[in-house]
Design a binder for this molecule. Structure first.
Ligand SMILES: Nc1nc2c(ncn2[C@@H]2O[C@H](COP(=O)(O)OP(=O)(O)OP(=O)(O)O)[C@@H](O)[C@H]2O)c(=O)[nH]1
Ligand SMILES: [Mg+2]
Length: 336
């Protein structure tokens, strides 16, 4: 696989994609070969020419990708531009949705600037900080109103490595939900204080013992949902907001009997910006796990919906996405 654009110069670029193959054409005299070929299996057909003022990015105005990466942001101005660049340089094409809660540091304006320059970047602005869970719920609703098939969650602080995204998409072809796991086959966490690691490991154990859900890293926020899996969840009924939002979403999918798989990831603590971790987030998770057990009729195993395929279930459970989005946006903020 060859990266789409490797030049550091401003360049006229042309792009032709037919089914799963994409060709990027560069002007004569540059350092790049005149023809680059990349595999973009996640994309529909497209054809066109574009001007790319930023040499790292080839604009894609003719169609949208079928993978959306949702990144919630609150005060991530140092991280967002670099993150967007990394996403747009991936060997698979993805769209980016930034969900910003009116960050005081101006992250929302930076996101708008990026969106104005790159058609595959989108921004959802919310009036005030309402927590991670609500930001994701709004992002999911936005995605389901469009045609995305692979809908990903990712932190905006580089704790998650954008280069792992192709691996998620590959795994999601044969799954309903793919979880990035720091704890399958070992522990892969960089720069966390020991107490933070112990908290995360204990939370994982706690969730497993109480709910029976056999995943090694239920609080992680690097995930890829298949469209029908998200559609099966009534987003306006999701209660939690912090780490427990991740647990709740996974549990709601797993308990329907859908296929949840894990891929190993390396998690790195943020190197710039400030953490939004709080005590409230931990206590929310403590109680939420019990609520999930009750929601599953005290079962510690899935209860597949009978008489319907998962795809059918999805359509009925979350038909009116627009009203779900409206509700999500109208819900008053919760203190974190
Ligand atoms: N839109 C929105 N984004 C948020 C909110 N809280 C956190 N985020 C973002 O969600 C992503 C993940 O946040 P966390 O990892 O939970 O928080 P964190 O501040 O990185 O704290 P650590 O747990 O120390 O990594 C980051 O991109 C944050 O900017 C919120 O209330 N609204
Ligand atoms: Mg983080």
């Amino acid at each position: 696989m060859v990266p789409l654009v490797r030049s550091t110069r401003t360049a006229w670029t042309g792009e032709i994609a037919i089914r799963s193959w994409s060709f990027a054409v560069y002007p004569a005299g540059g350092q790049d070969p005149p023809l680059n070929v990349i595999r973009t299996r996640a994309q529909p057909a497209r054809i066109g020419l574009s001007w790319a003022p930023n040499p790292f990015i080839v604009s894609r105005p003719w169609c949208m990708n079928n993978t959306l990466v949702i990144v919630p942001t609150y005060n991530e101005r140092e991280n967002l531009p670099m993150l967007a660049e990394r996403l747009l340089r991936l060997p698979v094409s993805v769209d980016l949705l930034v969900v910003d809660d009116n960050s005081p540091d101006g992250t929302g304006r930076i996101a708008d600037d990026l969106a104005a320059r790159h058609p595959s970047i989108h921004v959802l602005h919310r009036a005030q900080k309402q927590g991670l869970g609500r930001a994701y719920a709004a992002g999911f609703a936005w995605a389901l109103e469009r045609d995305y098939e692979f809908i990903m969650e990712m932190d905006g602080d580089f704790s998650h490595n954008p280069d792992d995204i192709p691996k998620f998409i590959e795994a999601a072809r044969d799954a309903d939900l793919v979880l990035g796991s720091r704890y399958c086959n070992g522990i892969r966490v960089i720069n966390w204080p020991l107490r933070r690691l112990m908290l995360s490991l204990s939370a994982a154990k706690y969730v497993k013992v109480i709910t029976g859900m056999p995943v090694s890293d239920p609080t992680g926020g690097f995930k890829c949902f298949r469209r029908h899996a998200l559609q099966s969840i009534n987003l306006s009924a999701v209660q939690s907001n912090g780490y427990s939002f991740q647990i709740e979403m996974t549990h709601k999918i797993w308990r329907q009997g859908m296929r949840v798989v894990e891929v190993p990831i390396i998690f790195t603590d943020r190197f710039q910006g400030t953490s939004k971790m709080s005590r409230g987030i931990v206590s929310e998770a403590l109680f939420m796990v019990w609520s999930l057990l009750f929601q599953n009729g005290l079962r510690r195993h899935p209860r597949p919906v009978t008489g319907q395929s998962n795809h059918e279930t999805g359509r009925t459970a979350n038909q009116d996405i627009s009203s779900s989005l409206k509700k999500t946006l109208e819900t008053p903020p919760e203190p974190r």
